[in-house]
Design a protein around this ligand. Structure first.
Ligand code: MN
Length: 414
């Protein structure tokens, strides 16, 4: 099926995508929207033109209420958009059409959901192994719980920002292994984390849970996610309760939520989980438990020159998204519509597929050379980190860039 709106071959926003986003419209108001190629379509304006009549929550500024309506409503809106915008539709020459559309570069994106809670998992085996080797013991890199539990921590929803929002380098405490006492100042080990996030529909609130085989019915869609990390602060503070100020100063989310329904042709098998087998509440058919989504990371230096530093894939996750959701809710924890769960850094087996600078430059011991000749062990002020991702099977469906530039730390004063 094709649309009368042209889509460049390399566009992330093919007619099969129809992502969920929010933009600042010409009138200054935030409109919920979708996108075909470089054309943004306001769902609010479509409703004013008489379409999407059953979906009044699309007049909101965020998708939370619409997410609550469930997969039936999500599919109904997708189907109506596909009918309206397919080649040969009467809508192409309708007088009301132009008021519903805008070029993407004229309507800046804003966060499309009010994120109540954000959780970050640690679901890539290679990433957990690499970090364990550097921060603890190379012989016992993977902690004993890791192959049994999708390990995670509660992040901070207040500092999740939409792509394009600048990131201020954090100040904090650090103490190297040879320092007698901690010191305070701007982080010297600012890092990115290449992750995929899920925007979720709420679950039960009566102490019951979301079963693993029904977990995907709660996925509204996926985003790219950069869980910015200050490794020097992290290494000093994380014992025994886990990440805190090293993580919650900023996270960057791609603006367009790729619908769960758009990703059905990109399924692939997940890593086997035989040794050990997960406990029954996490057990899952692995034949199509994952998505084949090619991921990459680039650094753009201040002169604009861009260097791709990693290529990874969402299929490298050990714990699937369904397992993450099932584990998160098994204790009765309430998941609400609009919540965000991110996968954790997704690293492949090869050094060129690692999902953080910590791993790519092996904690500063193997600096990376950028195309302008400069070297990086971590992210420097003025650098822009750009995550990209698109499906490898079926029609090309992508996220658009998840990008943020780093600003210098604010000077501390009493
Ligand atoms: Mn993370």
């Amino acid at each position: 099926m094709s649309s009368f709106i042209p889509v460049p071959d390399d566009s992330d926003f093919s007619f099969s995508n129809l992502p969920w986003g929010a933009v600042r419209w010409h009138d200054g108001a935030v409109h919920l929207a979708t996108r075909i190629g470089d054309t943004v379509i306001s769902l609010n304006m479509l409703r004013r033109a008489g379409f999407l009549a059953d979906h009044s929550s699309l007049d909101d500024r965020v998708f939370n209420a619409f997410i609550e309506c469930g997969p039936g409503a999500w599919l109904a809106v997708r189907t109506e958009l596909q009918t309206l915008y397919r080649t040969g539709s009467d809508w192409e020459h309708h007088g009301a059409r132009s008021a519903c559309e805008a070029p993407a570069d004229r309507v800046p994106p804003v966060l499309p959901v009010r994120i109540g809670d954000y959780t970050d998992f640690y679901a890539s085996r290679q990433h957990a192994t690499n970090v364990g080797m550097m921060f603890r013991d190379p012989e016992n890199a993977l902690l004993p719980n890791w192959l049994h539990i999708p390990v995670g921590y509660h992040g901070r929803a207040s500092t999740v920002n939409v792509s394009g929002t600048e990131v201020v380098r954090p100040n904090g405490q650090r103490k190297g292994p040879n320092d007698p006492l901690p010191v305070f100042g701007p982080s010297t080990k600012l890092d990115f984390e290449l992750e995929v996030g899920m925007i979720l529909r709420g679950g039960p609130s009566d102490g019951s849970w979301i079963p693993v085989d029904q977990a995907e019915e709660h996925i509204f869609g996926l985003v790219l996610f950069n869980d910015w990390s200050a490794r020097d602060i992290q290494q000093w503070e994380y014992v025994p309760l886990g990440p805190f100020l090293a993580k919650n100063f900023a996270s960057t989310m791609s603006p367009w939520i790729v619908p769960y329904a758009a990703l059905s042709e990109s399924r692939c098998a997940g890593a086997e989980q035989a040794e050990p087998k997960p406990l029954p509440y996490l057990e899952q058919d692995r034949s199509a438990s994952h998505w084949d989504i090619a991921l990459e990371v680039s650094i753009a230096a201040e002169d604009g020159s861009e260097t791709r530093i990693s290529r990874s894939n969402a299929k490298y996750l050990y714990w699937s998204f369904a397992q993450q959701i099932a584990h998160h809710s098994i204790n009765g924890c309430v998941i609400r519509s609009g919540d965000l769960m991110a996968s954790g850094t997704i690293s492949g087996n090869e050094p060129g597929s690692f999902g953080s600078m910590l791993e790519l430059a092996w904690n500063g011991t193997r600096p990376i050379t950028l195309s302008d000749g400069s070297q990086r062990s971590f992210i420097e002020d003025g650098d822009t980190v750009i995550l990209r991702g698109h499906t490898e099977r079926g029609p090309r469906i992508g996220f658009g860039p998840c990008s943020a530039r780093v600003l210098p730390a604010k000077p501390w004063q009493k």
